[in-house]
Structures are given as structure tokens and as C-alpha cells.
Design a protein around this ligand. Structure first.
Ligand SMILES: Cc1ncc(COP(=O)(O)O)c(C=O)c1O
Length: 391
């Protein structure tokens, strides 16, 4: 069945929806009029068939407790097989309100207070807070910048593991903020090190559905030998703009690790999702969802190419062309301005609310992240402001 694809060119008005991206502007940027290009959700509409499924359920007058049905798990198995070539059995699937909840529960499951948890920076800020809030130690392995593209310093990671500093690693694939899609070779070497030094791996694959050809995503669970050490987290939050439904899940192949993780989620009562999230997953992990995803990637790729084309002549700025995600990691260091000055110019002169690169770690100094998941006419307005300010 051919599904209706929304008109992505039509700007969406998110006023009066309590959208964090809009309503938190005053507290974050000191202005509630900056164009919001920060929080990683989309100003693009969800597919109508999803709204229909939610409305149909809402019309039933009881919203009580629900099960984790076989059909729900089957929809996840189907999606992971069709879209990621990842074969998984129903018992490996556990539910979670969000990927960050799973990250916190994984850290509690796999490590004790004071133990080291590695990450590769710059990376999504919650990686740091999830470790620090639980009184674990951040083992920061900075990514290497080679010809404008990040690579993982696997030798430094292995050295830290050999020194006994690392009990677990938090790994983002595709990577936020850069959009890098890690190769099979990189993943295989990472897994080899984890196995050799008995290091647990939390694989955050929340961005793995939005991949731009010719890049291809390989799930960490498809790497030989990863199962025993890996907790893989995914969600419909990013791909289908559903983060407000809190619709996430993890895959844990190893029975012992899964039992330990379940004990942790039982203790924190975080092992289930709400009824609308369940409806949404089943609606979206379907052939109609595949059609929407395809159209979305096509549109986002157009936005990405538009950005690259318009920013390339601006010699003060350079953008790491994203291989995935709707996030552009932009290098402002050629402006010669201090980080604070760039931030002030972005807000006060350009009227733009970008994510501050320093939130991703010290390597983010001089960098800002721009979310390009919005109608192209609106993106063009943002580009014009960048051109006027940094051209
Ligand atoms: C890499 C990454 N992981 C996790 C999240 C948050 O996901 P959730 O809302 O499911 O916790 C984000 C949101 O930006 C993200 O970019």
C-alpha cells in the first residue's frame, strides 16, 4: 500500500505545544526569538498513518496498564531485520522510556561506583552526565580529526583498557554531533578490544535509520563476538520525530547480561513504555514506515546538500558533511574569534540558536551544531543569517 507522505516544504508551527526547542530558548539563549536549530528533533511532520493509529487508540475510553505484546516485539524484530539486517529473537528485546534511561541503567548494571567509563569525544552531552551523575569516572578518548573527518583513536582506547582504567564504553553510532557512520573495520577493532579486556559496550544507535548513501550502517550486534559484552539501544524518537512519546528499546543477546539489566530496570521501574509509544512503534515499524523513512532521507539529504553548497563559499566556516543524522557540525575556528564571541554573534547578530560545541566536550571549542530538519525555506533563512554574519 502506498502511504501519504507529508509535504516537508510546508513549515510546521509548533507554538503552544510545549516544544522544548522553542519554549526553552529564553533560558538557553537569553532570547525567545532566535531561530531554533538546536534540540535534536525535527520541525517536520510525522506521517498521517501514525496520527491515524494514535487517534484510533485515543478514541477508546480506557488508558490503563498494557502488556508488551508479541505483535509489538515482532514489529521490532521485523524492522531490525529489514532495515538493519539484524536478526534478533523476541526475548532479547527489552523496553525503555528513552535511550538515556537505558544508558544510565546500563552503567549501573555493568559498573560500580568510581569505575571508569570511556567515551569518544566530542559526543552528545548526556554521555558525560550519565557517567558523572552515577559517580563513575569519565575516561575521555578524544576523536582524531583527519582531513575534516573524525576517526577513533583505537590505540589510545586499547591503552586505557590495558591499564585497567575502563570497565565500560559508551559508543555512539552514527555519531552525534558529527554524523560519522563508523566502518565495519572500526567496529570490529572496537569489539576486539572490548572482548580482550572484558569491557562492556553500550551501543547508542538512535540515529541509525537516517543514513545518507553511499554510507551504510552496521549494527554493533552484527560484529562477531560483540554479543556477550553489548547492550544496543534504539528508538523511534529521531527517525519519526516521536521523542515526546518516550519510545525506546534495547537488544541484549547475552542471557546473563540481559538478566542483570532486567534486575536493574525492575529496581528503577524503568522497564516499560507508555501505551501510545507501543502503538507508535507498531505503526511505524512497517512497510508504510519504510516509505516515510525513504522520503524523509531524500528530503534531509536535499537540506544537507543545500547547506554544504551555501556554506562552502564562506571561508570562515567549514562544515563536516554528515554521513547520517540531521545535524551539521560546523567549525567556526577560522573566524579567529573566541568561542564566547562566536556564540554571542550567533544569538545577537544572526538571531540563531545553535547547539554550543562545548557541551560535547573540550574538543567542541570553536564548533557549533546546526539542526537542519526543517522546511527548506526556513533553512534558507538561517543560511542567509549565517552569510550576513560570517560571510
Ligand atoms: C546520540 C543520542 N543519544 C540519545 C539521545 C536522546 O535520546 P532519548 O530521548 O531516547 O533519551 C540523543 C538526542 O539527541 C542523541 O543524539
Amino acid at each position: 500500500m502506498k502511504t501519504t507522505i507529508p509535504d516537508f516544504d510546508q513549515p510546521v508551527n509548533r507554538q503552544s505545544t510545549d516544544a522544548a526547542k522553542y519554549d526553552a530558548r529564553k533560558s538557553v539563549f537569553g532570547s525567545d526569538t532566535v531561530q531554533p536549530l538546536w534540540v535534536a528533533d525535527m520541525d517536520l511532520p510525522v506521517p498521517p498513518f501514525l496520527q491515524d493509529a494514535l487517534i484510533k487508540r485515543i478514541q477508546h475510553p480506557c488508558y490503563g496498564y498494557t502488556m508488551q505484546s508479541r505483535a509489538l516485539k515482532e514489529s521490532i524484530q521485523w524492522w531490525m531485520r529489514e532495515e538493519h539486517g539484524c536478526r534478533t529473537s523476541a526475548e532479547t528485546i527489552l523496553f525503555s522510556p528513552s535511550v538515556v534511561t537505558s544508558m544510565c541503567n546500563s552503567i549501573s548494571t555493568c559498573t560500580g561506583e568510581g569505575e571508569g567509563v570511556a567515551l569518544f569525544s566530542p559526543v552528545y552531552e548526556r554521555f558525560y552526565s550519565s557517567i558523572l551523575n552515577q559517580k563513575r569516572k569519565v575516561i575521555n578518548i578524544p576523536l582524531c580529526l583527519d582531513n575534516g573527518r573524525y576517526t577513533i583513536d583505537l590505540a589510545a582506547f586499547e591503552q586505557a583498557c590495558r591499564a585497567g582504567k575502563v570497565k565500560m564504553v559508551l559508543f555512539c553510532n552514527p555519531q552525534n554531533p558529527s554524523g560519522r557512520v563508523w566502518s565495519v573495520e572500526e567496529l570490529s577493532e572496537l569489539v576486539r578490544i572490548c572482548r580482550e579486556y572484558e569491557v562492556f559496550l553500550f551501543g547508542d544507535e538512535i540515529h541509525s535509520d537516517i543514513i545518507y548513501p553511499p554510507n551504510t550502517h552496521t549494527s554493533i550486534l552484527d560484529i562477531d563476538g560483540a554479543e556477550k559484552w553489548t547492550i544496543l539501544a534504539h528508538s523511534i524518537g529521531k527517525t519519526f520525530n516521536c521523542s515526546g512519546l518516550q519510545p525506546s528499546f534495547v537488544l541484549i543477546t547475552d542471557q546473563r547480561l540481559r538478566r542483570r539489566f532486567r534486575t536493574q530496570t525492575n529496581q528503577t521501574h524503568t522497564g516499560d513504555i507508555n501505551l501510545l509509544a507501543k502503538i507508535a512503534i507498531q505503526a511505524l515499524f512497517s512497510e508504510e514506515g519504510q516509505q516515510y523513512k525513504k522520503a524523509l532521507i531524500h528530503y534531509l539529504m536535499g537540506n544537507r546538500d543545500f547547506l554544504v553548497e551555501r556554506l562552502t563559499p564562506l571561508h570562515q566556516l567549514s562544515m563536516m558533511p554528515p554521513e547520517s543524522t540531521f545535524l551539521a557540525w560546523i567549525d567556526f575556528r577560522e573566524t579567529g574569534l573566541a568561542h564566547d564571541v562566536i556564540r554571542k554573534k550567533l544569538v545577537e547578530q544572526a538571531g540563531l540558536g545553535l547547539s554550543d560545541g562545548l557541551a560535547y566536550g573540550p574538543a567542541g571549542e570553536g564548533w557549533f551544531r546546526l539542526n537542519f530538519a526543517l522546511a527548506r525555506t526556513e533553512l534558507a533563512k538561517a543560511v542567509e543569517k549565517l552569510e550576513a554574519t560570517f560571510g
